[in-house]
Design a protein around this ligand. Structure first.
Ligand SMILES: Cc1cc2nc3c(=O)[nH]c(=O)nc-3n(C[C@H](O)[C@H](O)[C@H](O)COP(=O)(O)OP(=O)(O)OC[C@H]3O[C@@H](n4cnc5c(N)ncnc54)[C@H](O)[C@@H]3O)c2cc1C
Length: 635
């Protein structure tokens, strides 16, 4: 026994020395991350029970029993006897230093029943509703109002169903966090009061995973710090890196990288939160075909755990959490406060834009032959580091339009890029498909990104989307390619809108790719999104029918031609069948074990997030899983 004690003491000393060494070489946290809650501070308040930490992670906790009495099956909801009184909310606000915001729906200025009614402000909201930034800057709004329940849209709904404005799926309160202690207080308060908790960053998630009725929301938008570390030496990386607050948006990072002559891996969308849902979901990028996924670039993350404790996750600290936070989905294992990512030298980027369509000289079959010709190059292009972002729409019976927005050659001059792409353009010419190619060469990712990608359009309740990560063999093997293209054409002919990416998650020995990114990403060269749309005044029955067709007809055919493949959890079908396999693949069981370890009572919940199968939102219509009901554990 004594010998064992001595040995473990010696091991502990070595580990402590190693930890000190890590601390000595790893950059320090942001100053607001040093503002942490202590047990002593909680105990010194009169209401310690509202703000106390949860059990240390890994401690066995029953999800059903607490203190010998059954845990309530449902989260406490506004109107319940146990919902905190106004004085408790006031106390909470005081404790937070005034950071609590009672929700006023973004479009409330359009409704005379709200004190915020204001015609000019309403006009502003109406005009900007489709711009992501409007929703990014609001504490509770997200970009897919269908899942909020459309209970407060900015325009008069044509059917006049929605004549008043209610919270629907919006959170009841938000905490506009600017320091870690506020996140800890919010988590502890939500746990103590049994209130639903959500985390909202920008609101980009296709399933509105950052909202929920009757919830307390942690709004990370103000965590905007960006620190460039030219000589980072830590966590197995020596070289340039960025530490990013979790509210930082993609374009802000691209701009910082440009100013420092380096490149970072980020998405195509300007306003997505890099250190929030983007990295948590895996994160695809115009850089992915060159260096891998966004999540692959992470060196460490700082995170407030569901029990309220603040830790660093890296390959040497909480390695299991480090694995899960890089691909296992947001709002599951804690609130990430900042992320440190590897940066690369600045690279030239060459781009190509063009479009083609059916016409008297281009039949529908020829059009689709042109699309198929492109897919035969998917492997070659991505192996060379290229990436393509394109669109196909049905413009009338038997008529189609293809737009390349752009084809992107990362780390390629035009002299290198053009010969790579020319065989594909020759194929189009051989098919008699005329195009007017626009070539460009840019000195950096930021300039190429600004010069090429179209602005995003969000906020519509008249469409929804699903996605598939087609394995590369679906485009290499001619028989599979035929089947795949038939399934793709079927969906577009039936009215589906296709947004395609020719992309791969490049293997990269310079980063740690042992993470929880959906393994389907490692196999794909074709990530296809498929949207269905309906008229603005469509009845609920029509929306349900269209929605059902998307999932159970169009996408069923896509799944059939790619058995065992997957879908991207951040841009997926809200009704994805067998979502555990589709969104997380073979990682699901391990992710679920870690969920139970770090969040045994289910403080964090989001639709299709790991562990969410134990929960349901009450009052949903079939096929339309809005977030505007009470969250309950399934019986
Ligand atoms: C127009 C558009 C373009 C897009 N382009 C791309 C692209 O190019 N590449 C790509 O990979 N994806 C893209 N996406 C998808 C996007 O990456 C995901 O929606 C992502 O989850 C957004 O993260 P967010 O933090 O910005 O948004 P949110 O919707 O606020 O959050 C998404 C999820 O992450 C959780 N979350 C957010 N912050 C934190 C945090 N700090 N800690 C814990 N959980 C958190 C939320 O609770 C929610 O569950 C796009 C989406 C849209 C709408």
């Amino acid at each position: 026994m004594v010998a064992v004690t001595l040995r473990s003491t010696a091991v502990a000393a070595v580990l402590a020395a190693l930890a000190d060494q890590t601390r000595a070489t790893c950059p320090s946290r942001f100053s607001w991350e040093d503002n942490v809650l202590t047990k002593a501070a909680i105990d010194s308040t009169n209401n310690a029970e509202l703000f106390d930490f949860g059990p240390v992670e890994g401690t066995p906790v029953s999800s059903k029993i607490i203190g010998g009495i059954p845990r309530p099956r449902c989260k406490t909801f506004p109107g319940d006897a146990l919902w905190p009184s106004t004085s408790v909310w006031n106390l909470f606000n005081l404790t937070l230093g005034g950071a609590l915001i009672k929700t006023v729906p973004l479009a409330a200025p359009c409704y005379s029943g709200w004190p915020q009614y204001n015609a000019a402000q309403c006009e502003y909201v109406k005009t900007n509703w489709n711009r992501p930034q409007l929703h990014v800057e609001d504490p509770t709004s997200a970009m897919f109002p269908l899942w909020q329940g459309q209970t407060c849209m900015p325009s008069d709904h044509p059917s006049q169903i929605y004549d008043n404005c209610t919270l629907g799926g919006y959170a009841s309160y938000s905490v506009a966090v600017i320091k870690v202690s506020q996140i800890q207080l919010a988590l502890n308060f939500a746990r103590a009061t049994n209130i639903r908790l959500v985390v909202k960053n920008t609101g980009h998630d296709f399933a509105d995973k950052s909202m929920g009725a009757g919830s307390l929301s942690i709004w990370t938008h103000k965590l905007k710090d960006i620190q460039y570390i030219p000589n980072y030496t830590c966590n197995g990386h020596s070289g340039p890196a960025f530490r990013l607050g979790s509210g930082v948006e993609t374009e802000e990072v691209y701009r910082a990288a440009e100013a420092n002559n380096v490149t970072v891996v980020g998405g195509e969308c300007r306003t997505v939160g890099m250190a929030g849902g983007y990295i948590a979901g895996g994160g695809h990028s115009p850089m992915s075909s060159l260096v891998g996924m966004g999540a692959d670039q992470v060196l460490s993350l700082d995170v407030v755990l569901p029990n309220g404790r603040f830790v660093t996750a890296s390959q040497s600290s909480y390695p299991d959490l480090f694995w899960a936070l890089r691909g296992g989905g947001g709002s599951t294992y804690g609130v990430v406060t900042s992320v440190t990512v590897k940066a690369y030298p600045q690279i030239p980027v060459s781009t190509l834009g063009f479009a083609f369509a059916t016409s008297p000289n281009v039949t529908a079959d020829t059009f689709w032959d042109g699309v198929e010709a492109y897919t035969t190059y998917f492997d070659t292009f991505t192996a060379a580091g290229a990436y393509g972002y394109w669109l196909i729409v049905n413009i009338g019976p038997g008529q189609f339009f293809f737009s390349m927005n752009p084809l992107w050659g990362g780390n390629m001059t035009l002299a290198q890029f053009q010969p790579l792409i020319q065989p594909f353009l020759d194929d189009l010419a051989d098919l008699g498909i005329p195009i007017d190619p626009v070539w460009n060469e840019y000195p950096s990712l930021y300039q190429a990104h600004s010069g090429t990608f179209p602005p995003e359009n969000v906020g519509g309740a008249d469409n929804r989307a699903a996605s598939r990560l087609f394995p590369k063999d679906n485009f290499i093997n001619p028989a599979k390619r035929n089947e795949t293209m038939a399934a793709v054409r079927y969906a577009v002919e039936a009215g589906g809108i296709l947004i395609g990416y020719n992309i791969r998650a490049a293997p990269n020995s310079a980063v740690n790719q042992t993470n929880s990114v959906n393994p389907a990403w490692r196999e794909t060269t074709g990530f296809f999104l498929l949207a269905t749309a309906w008229p603005a005044d469509a009845s609920t029955a029509l929306i349900q029918s269209q929605s059902n067709i998307l999932t159970n007809d169009w996408m069923a055919r896509w799944r059939q031609v790619s058995p065992g493949a997957g879908s991207y959890l951040s841009e997926g079908d809200i009704n994805e069948p067998n979502w555990q396999q589709s969104f997380y693949g073979s990682h699901y069981l391990r992710l679920l074990q870690l969920k139970k370890k770090y969040d045994p009572t289910g403080l964090f919940y989001a639709h299709t997030a790991v562990g969410s199968e134990d929960w349901e939102v009450e009052g949903q219509l079939p096929g339309l899983p809005t977030q505007n009901g009470r969250l309950c554990r399934k019986p």
